[in-house]
Design a protein around this ligand. Structure first.
Ligand code: SF4
Length: 190
């Protein structure tokens, strides 16, 4: 019987070198992504590519402020991806609300709802700062300290409680009913 944990350093090295980024730009910081991905800063040289599917990405970039409406999509997108997955938040908004700290519809602490591995300071963070954050998360992936996906499982009740307090219990079902009624009806028939 092979003990796959022995290969974990090798897997982590491979993960670090082949990060797929979900293309879900949540706030103003998303405008920094085109120069990052194209010839000026060329993130692809680090083995990173944008990925249109939430079911296959490794790195979730939260590129700015988050509203409750967006947060629902963020949580669902986060939960859809297979483990291990990593979260990198741009700017002060996801961390403490930033300039929207007193807005009724800005989420002040994203890390109460999903785990955040690295936060990039700045409003908005320059591409160099984003590159710095990406280097940081790559180091953490390699040494196994980017462990938000494990914390989400271990503390799921706590995250779920915070999510339910904000949206009310059963919000996932309500969302599913809203977006894919045919699927819910089909499930009832089975
Ligand atoms: S930190 Fe600044 S740039 Fe980023 S989302 Fe907030 S206001 Fe926009």
């Amino acid at each position: 019987m092979v003990d796959w944990r022995l290969f974990e350093p090798l897997f982590n090295y491979a993960r670090k070198k082949s990060l797929w980024i979900v293309s879900f730009c949540t706030g103003c910081g998303g405008i920094e992504m085109p120069p990052l991905m194209t010839s000026r800063y060329d993130l692809e040289r680090f083995g990173m590519i944008p990925d249109p599917s939430p079911r296959q990405y490794d790195l979730f970039l939260i590129t700015g402020y988050v509203t409750p409406k967006t947060l629902k999509r963020i949580i669902i997108t986060y939960e859809m991806a297979p483990d291990p997955k990593y979260v990198l938040a741009h700017g002060s908004c996801p961390l403490n609300g930033g300039i929207y700290w007193d807005a009724y519809n800005a989420i002040k602490h994203l890390d109460k709802y999903i785990p955040v591995d690295v936060v990039i300071a700045g409003c908005m963070p320059r591409p160099e700062a984003v590159m710095d954050g990406i280097q940081k998360i790559m180091e953490m992936i390699e040494n196994g300290t980017a462990d938000g996906w494990k914390r989400y499982k271990e503390n799921y009740e706590w995250y779920k409680k915070n999510q339910d307090e904000l949206f009310g219990e059963g919000w996932r079902e309500r969302e599913a009913r809203r977006w894919i009624p045919w699927l819910v009806d089909k499930k009832k028939e089975e």
